[in-house]
Structure formats: C-alpha cells, structure tokens
Write a protein that binds this ligand. Structure first.
Ligand SMILES: Nc1ncnc2c1ncn2[C@@H]1O[C@H](COP(=O)(O)OP(=O)(O)OP(=O)(O)O)[C@@H](O)[C@H]1O
Length: 238
C-alpha cells in the first residue's frame, strides 16, 4: 500500500528569514524520489513537513486526501542518526516503536521479528545497539520504520554515516524493499550518484529561500552521464 504526498504553496520561516517560499512538490503514490541540494537549502525541512514534525507558515501538506497535522504511523521516518535506545535489543527497539499503534504484545513481537528478517537482521534480533555495526544499526532503524507498515517512507540522508561498501549494500536493500512493498519513498541525499542509483526521479532544491530548481525522471538501466552532468550543473558542482 502506498499514499501520495503533496506540498502546495508551502512557505516556512524559522524566525524572520524564509527557508521555503511558495514551494510545490508532489510525490505520487508508490514513487521513489530523491531530493538533492546544497546544505541549508531546506531539504530536511521538506521532509519534516511531510513527516508532520514542522508546520508550514503558509500552504498545505496532504497525505492521500488527508491534511497532515502531525506525525502518523502511515508515514515512517529514517534519519542519518539511528537514535536507538542503547538499553533495548534490536527487537526491543522495534517493538517499542510499535507501542503507539496499540498492538498486542504478541503482534508487536511478530512484526518486529518479521521486519528485522526483512532487513537481513534475523540473527541480530537479541543484540544491543553497541554490539551492532553502524550498518546493522541503520538496518534496525529501517526495520523500526517498516514494522509499522508505513505507506510513505521519509529518509533523511539515511546512509550518510556509513562506509562505501555498507552504503552500497543498504542501497540495494532499500531498492528491493521498495520494489516489493511499493511504498512511496522520499530520499534526501547530498550524493548525486546515490540519488541516480536509487530513485525514479531526482528533484534538485536550491536557493535561499529554497525552491525546486530541477525535476528529472531517471531512466532505468545503466547510468546516464548526460543526466548526471545536467544535475551537477543545477547543483553548481559541475
Ligand atoms: N528548527 C529550526 N530553527 C531555526 N532554523 C532552522 C531550523 N531548522 C532548520 N533551520 C534553518 O533552515 C535552513 C534549512 O535547513 P534544512 O535543515 O531544511 O536544510 P538542508 O537542506 O536539509 O541542509 P543539510 O543538507 O545541511 O541537512 C537552514 O538555514 C537551517 O539553519
């Protein structure tokens, strides 16, 4: 199941300076969009608006046909820093996140174990975060988001702290999860190659206040160097 998300006429100010002004962005249900842009242009703000953590100064955020008024279990979030409870096991961390859904204990356990297996961490379920590598901890954070069976997955530089090999593995895992589940994905990254490897569409945000500078579909198949250099030009990093 998946849900489309739409930002319409969005303006956000933290204090006096606008971060976003009259921004529109739509994520069609089931799509995989990467959001690229220089530091401070408002990428996380867009993700946080969709997550319901930030309220717009002006404009509307909707998920499906419902206005977004705060966080909700249909919108899962994964950050760069996994924010796991060190005193809970991997399974305990995932189960704890399911408490707010009001599920019975046995169902929480079943879902936690299934989500950990889905991210390839069945064997690490009883380990504590300190016993897991960074990549494994990020798998737990991903399982925590997936266990609630979200229709939208909002990911803010989730692989930014991982080494190159682990990062590639996590990208493959995420692509498979998306193909299997059909969840709508927004993936914020600084890395053009990561955006092109993962997404069906790359949106480039820039300027102050931030706005959409470019919006490109990504054809499947081998990487397209022309598209890469076009996006790099929009980013000003060519
Ligand atoms: N809670 C806040 N209070 C005040 N200013 C904020 C707040 N959150 C973000 N900002 C400012 O809003 C601007 C956009 O921030 P945002 O985190 O959305 O950008 P970003 O593109 O995600 O940056 P980065 O790539 O560095 O994470 C920045 O100038 C930032 O300093």
């Amino acid at each position: 199941m998946s849900l489309g998300v739409r930002l319409e006429g969005l303006s956000v100010r933290y204090g006096a300076a606008p971060v976003l002004e009259h921004t529109d962005l739509e994520l069609p249900a089931g799509s995989f969009t990467a959001l690229l842009g220089p530091s401070g242009c408002g990428k996380s703000t867009i993700l946080n608006l969709m997550a319901g953590f930030v309220r717009p100064t002006e404009g509307r955020v909707t998920a499906g046909s419902a206005p977004v008024r705060g966080p909700g279990p249909e919108r899962g979030v994964v950050f760069q820093h996994y924010a796991l409870f060190p005193w809970r096991t991997a399974r305990g961390n995932v189960e704890f996140a399911l408490k707010r859904l009001g599920l019975p204990r046995a169902e929480r356990r079943r879902r936690a174990l299934a989500a950990l297996a889905e991210v390839g961490l069945a064997d690490g379920a009883e380990k504590y975060p300190a016993q897991l590598s960074g990549g494994m901890q990020q798998r737990v954070a991903l399982a925590r988001a997936l266990a609630a069976e979200p229709e939208v997955l909002l990911m803010d530089e989730p692989f930014g702290a991982l080494d190159a090999l682990t990062r590639t593995r996590m990208q493959t895992l995420l692509r498979e999860l998306w193909q299997r589940r059909g969840t709508t994905v927004l993936f914020v990254t600084h890395d053009i190659d990561e955006a092109l490897a993962l997404a069906q569409r790359v949106v480039v945000l820039g300027g102050a206040p931030g706005r959409v500078l470019a919006d490109h579909g990504v054809p499947g198949g081998p990487p397209d160097p022309e598209l890469r250099s076009l996006i790099a030009r929009h980013l000003g990093s060519d």
